[in-house]
Design a protein around this ligand. Structure first.
Ligand code: G3H
Ligand code: ZN
Length: 286
């Protein structure tokens, strides 16, 4: 069933548990995420990033609508989220294609501009029925960023600023920088759990961890116990997909893409099921 991100997170936050948000680039990703969540008997968030929209020639609707259908048919609650949106034009397309929540990303801007832009985006989004996540303290490593940002585990969110930012913007959730970094292919990130405790104490809104593919299981478990409620995972699925395709092609495949895409989808679904288990997603939200 198609679910609301906010409701899934509220149910999880109450119990110091978390909901996974996996990035979908292709329809196979979306199918695998729903299938993996069904196997885990837990709710999940499927998110489509602005970069994924760019990959589809700037078109959001074909993948979003197909993903919304996958969500509706799923045996578990599946929420649909638009991730890392910088373009207000894209933000405005989110309202009527099954997407219930967006992450508005102005974290690269200086604090005052991030605050002002986020406040405006939140106002528009709330008027249009969308739930909004924003980011403070840039988690580095996203596509297209200069090499200096390629791994920026040093970025940190200040608890005092975060409290002021959340109150001034009215955001529904906040992505915080506590040591993770986007697009890591090794699971070696170490999180700043003391900072997380201070952020959790300072804020009433759910906290979001980005770049979670690079975070080892035990660090994820600790972060969830410490107040992280939404865990964003992208690269781990791409690694599962590409490894499966490579293995199948190396073994000699014909020209029909279905055998290797089916294996890729299965590998992604298994990754989804395993990671949901690590996050302790609540039965109450199932
Ligand atoms: O917003 C998406 C996530 O932060 C994904 O990061 O690809 O490093 O897991 P990741
Ligand atoms: Zn992210």
């Amino acid at each position: 069933t198609l679910a609301a991100t906010g409701e899934l997170l509220t149910a999880a936050a109450d119990q110091h548990r978390a909901v996974a948000a996996f990035n979908a680039i292709t329809l196979e990703h979306a199918e695998a995420i729903a299938e993996g969540a069904e196997a885990a008997e837990a709710p999940v968030i499927i998110q489509i990033s602005e970069n994924a929209v760019k990959y589809h020639g700037g078109r959001l609707l074909p993948l979003a609508r197909a993903t919304a259908e996958v969500a509706k048919e799923a045996a578990v609650p599946v929420a649909l989220h638009l991730d890392h949106v910088k373009s207000t034009a894209l933000l405005r397309q989110a309202a009527d294609c099954g997407i219930g929540s967006v992450m508005y990303d102005a974290a690269h801007l200086p604090y005052e501009r991030n605050l002002a832009e986020t406040r405006d985006a939140v106002r528009w989004a709330h008027e249009n029925g969308l739930w909004v996540e924003a980011e403070l303290g840039q988690v580095g490593g996203k596509n297209g960023e200069p090499p200096l940002d390629a791994h920026a585990p040093g970025a940190r969110t200040d608890p005092g600023e975060a409290r002021e930012f959340a109150a001034a913007t009215g955001v529904d959730a906040l992505a915080v920088a506590i040591g993770s970094s986007h697009a890591m292919t090794s699971r070696t990130a170490r999180l700043d759990h003391d900072l997380l405790a201070r952020l959790h104490a300072a804020l009433d809104v759910p906290l979001v961890l980005h770049g979670s593919s690079g975070v080892p299981d035990e660090e994820l478990t600790r972060a969830v116990a410490g107040g992280i409620t939404k865990v964003n995972i992208g690269t781990a699925l791409n690694i599962a997909m590409t490894t499966a395709v490579r293995t199948r092609l190396a073994a000699g495949a014909g020209s029909d893409p279905r055998p290797y895409l089916a294996e890729a989808r299965q590998a992604m679904a298994a990754t989804v099921t395993r990671l949901i288990g690590v996050l302790n997603t609540p039965a109450a939200a199932r």
